[in-house]
Design a protein around this ligand. Structure first.
Ligand SMILES: [Zn+2]
Ligand SMILES: [Zn+2]
Length: 323
């Protein structure tokens, strides 16, 4: 029957016959390839296939205590007049202010901590920098109280700026280490390194913290980064301190890849108060998920699985962890 039809068709128009046979071949080949799982163009796929949302992987976090807190005191700051720093540490500490610290020397120091040396004392840091700085000032800090400290370059050094851009040194690197040897065994985090920009005549950008790193006794390094929460709290957050809203997420691959750590600064804050916030999606449950890498804390456990993009900033969600 089909043969008779094809013969009739060929006699009628050979060109039309060739096109019909070719079309049949293409459709059959597409169906066979589809069965065997080859990637068939979307137009040939059945339309009721819906794309399933992959749940974002959960990051395993361990809460650790950060004994260090250091911030810039707002107000005038310059290379000639110095800067004021406010500390709030849990234990007696030593604050080393390295003025004019070479970028390379600091990078080498941070690498050395992660690979061979374990830097935990002020002397370790002074040695590891190999005199790659203009001046070092050591300040002793008592534990458990807010203190303000002023640090500046001695006037007799005659340094008023750190040269034209691009620069090879940071104006100020403030290193906090624990003073008592027993305290160093008590905490995972053994040092805090804060890189601070201080304005001078050549570069007037206002004073600010550029980076803040925490070093652990296991040789890991984490960068402290802000954690974002919605602002309609009606004052639940308390004073807007930069440290109290920061959480460290692993910024470097760690040696023990499975064990990621999260550091939250144990300032005088009540986490249960934060928990009472509403999830921005269901408005019904407490916010207890932080999305990575944008670090927005805005959804609850049950809503996080429905999103591949952050509801606040639309950033792609790679991972999340619970608060
Ligand atoms: Zn929710
Ligand atoms: Zn976001």
């Amino acid at each position: 029957m089909a043969a008779v039809f094809l013969v009739t068709l060929y006699e009628y128009s050979p060109l039309f016959y060739i096109s019909v046979v070719s079309l049949c071949f293409v459709v059959t080949a597409a169906m066979v390839l589809g069965w065997f799982g080859f990637d068939v163009p979307v137009i040939l796929r059945s339309s009721d296939e819906t794309e399933s949302i992959q749940p974002t992987p959960e990051k395993q976090m361990v809460q650790v205590t950060n004994p260090f807190a250091l911030e810039l005191v707002s107000g005038p700051a310059s290379v000639t007049d110095g800067v004021s720093l406010r500390s709030c540490c849990l234990e007696p500490c030593v604050l080393n202010c390295f003025w004019g610290c070479e970028v390379n020397a600091l990078q080498q120091l941070l690498l050395a901590h992660q690979h061979s040396l374990r830097l935990s004392t002020p002397e370790h840091f002074q040695e590891a920098l190999h005199l790659g700085y203009y001046h070092c000032q050591s300040i002793h800090i008592g534990g458990e109280e807010r203190e303000e400290h002023h640090s500046q370059l001695p006037a007799d050094q005659g340094i008023t700026d750190f040269g034209p851009l691009p620069r090879e040194c940071y104006p100020l690197v403030a290193v906090l280490t624990l003073e008592e040897p027993e305290a160093r065994d008590k905490y995972n985090i053994v040092a805090s390194v804060t890189v601070i920009h201080v304005p001078d005549d050549k570069y007037r950008l206002s004073a600010r913290v550029l980076f803040q790193y925490l070093l652990t006794s296991q040789g890991n390094m984490y960068e402290l980064k802000p954690l974002f929460m919605s602002a309609d709290s009606g004052g639940l957050f308390g004073p807007p301190e930069s440290e109290s809203e920061q959480a460290a997420s692993a910024s470097e691959p760690t040696e023990e890849g499975s064990r990621e750590e999260q550091s939250s600064v144990p300032e005088d804050e009540d986490w249960s108060e934060r928990m009472s916030r509403d999830c921005v999606v269901c408005q019904n449950a407490a916010v207890n998920r932080v999305l990575l890498p944008c670090r927005h804390a805005c959804v609850c456990d049950s809503c996080v699985s429905h999103f591949q993009h952050c509801p606040i900033c639309r950033a792609f969600v790679l991972e999340s962890f619970s608060l």
